[in-house]
Design a protein around this ligand. Structure first.
Ligand code: GLU
Length: 366
């Protein structure tokens, strides 16, 4: 049933302040993945732990704080991490390939499709792609920032059937399992309701950068696109095989019956918005109820700096995000034509432009 699988390995499973990278755990993962490959399944790994491994190699007492320090620590840790994966997978006769991605690789449709082509070739050749964020060059503004979200974006990118998110927690719990081992596990989530979101306490491992909140963001990206997601305890050696065999472990997020196309999923859940367009009530109704495009006349405000072709958020007057779409105009031009009738566009712009700011085909209601 699960033909294409993404496995996210959290820092807490790999890095160890004292002994560096947990090689035994990586060997266990390699064995489990080799078995899945032998069954004809495609597997992709998203791994954290570069900064953790760098911290251990540098014998730092604390996680670095400044951006250049974090980048340097990742530069030291990433090859150590890959060395450990390469060694473990080589023993299993499986080739791996490294992909270091940043937010920009998902933000533009062209780069997104480029990355997809690379994944396609690797998977076709039976290689296991091993992904991390490119921490060495990514400063805060261009970072996704956590591998929970990155793994969900990768799952979307390669159209996976399931994302397995492994860390040192047993799943989504009523209470904080890091503080209370008896916290009750939620085994299945059919819908990510406000109650589910309220369960999310941002308990973090000291070496890790994600938390439950980013895992829920990841689950939203997956289920909306028809991809299942599981949060489970990766310290259990047989967990990967058991999950794929369908055993109820951890928390399973049931996927929606997604009717969105790949491109719509990219617009709605993957591409990072470069700006925001606030619309008036008339435009709001036309978008939500009548399936219309967004015209300049309905635009009240333009926020942020964006170019034509960027993805932007469409918000109502109370700043609720109601849709996302690919804009036909830059923020500079959008500012000039906001509130204008179609007949006045050419005069305002000094050239003929598109009648719509965002065409219906490039727009997804959230
Ligand atoms: N990319 C970071 C690292 O390798 C980890 C990000 C995360 O843990 O979510 O250390």
């Amino acid at each position: 049933m699960y033909k294409r699988i993404v496995i996210k390995i959290g820092t807490s499973l790999l890095a160890d302040k004292v002994s560096g990278i947990n090689l035994e755990r990586i060997s266990g993962i390699a064995r489990a993945v080799a078995l899945l490959r032998a069954e004809g399944r495609d597997v992709c790994i998203v791994t954290s732990g570069a900064i953790g491994a760098g911290i251990a190699a540098l014998k730092l007492k604390e996680r670095p704080v400044t951006i250049p320090e974090k980048q340097a620590t990742a530069a030291i840790g990433q090859p150590l991490l890959m060395e450990a994966y390469e060694h473990a997978f080589r023993k299993q006769g499986v080739l791996i390939g490294q992909l270091l991605l940043t937010k920009d690789d998902f933000a533009g449709r062209k780069r997104y499709l480029n990355a997809r082509n690379t994944f396609d070739v690797l998977l076709k050749k039976g290689v296991v792609p091993v992904v991390n964020e490119n921490d060495t060059v990514a400063v805060e503004e261009i970072k996704v920032g956590d591998n929970d979200n990155i793994s969900a974006m990768v799952a979307n990118l390669i159209e996976a059937d399931i994302l397995i998110n492994l860390s040192n927690i047993k799943g989504l719990c009523k209470g904080d399992p890091a503080k209370d081992a008896s916290a009750e596990l939620v085994p299945v989530v059919r819908k990510i309701t406000p109650e589910i979101e309220r369960l999310v306490k941002n308990s973090k491992g000291e070496l890790a950068s994600g938390g439950m909140a980013t895992k829920i963001q990841a689950a939203k990206k997956c289920v909306a696109a028809g991809i299942a997601m599981v949060i489970a305890d990766g310290r259990e050696p047989s967990i990967i095989g058991e999950l794929i065999a369908g055993e109820p472990r951890g928390t399973l997020f049931i996927p929606c019956d997604s009717k969105l196309t790949q491109r719509q999923i990219w617009i709605a859940y993957i591409a990072q918005a470069a700006g925001r367009i606030t619309v008036d009530p008339g435009a709001l109704e036309a978008l939500q109820k009548k399936g219309k495009s967004l015209l300049p006349s309905g635009v009240k405000a333009v926020t942020g700096k964006f170019e034509a072709g960027d993805v932007v958020i469409i918000a109502d007057g109370a700043d609720n995000e109601i849709a996302k779409g690919v804009t036909e105009y830059s923020s500079f031009d959008a500012e000039k034509i906001k509130g204008k009738k179609s007949a006045d566009l050419t005069g305002t712009l000094g050239r003929r432009g598109s009648d719509e700011i965002i065409h219906r085909d490039n727009l997804v209601i959230l």
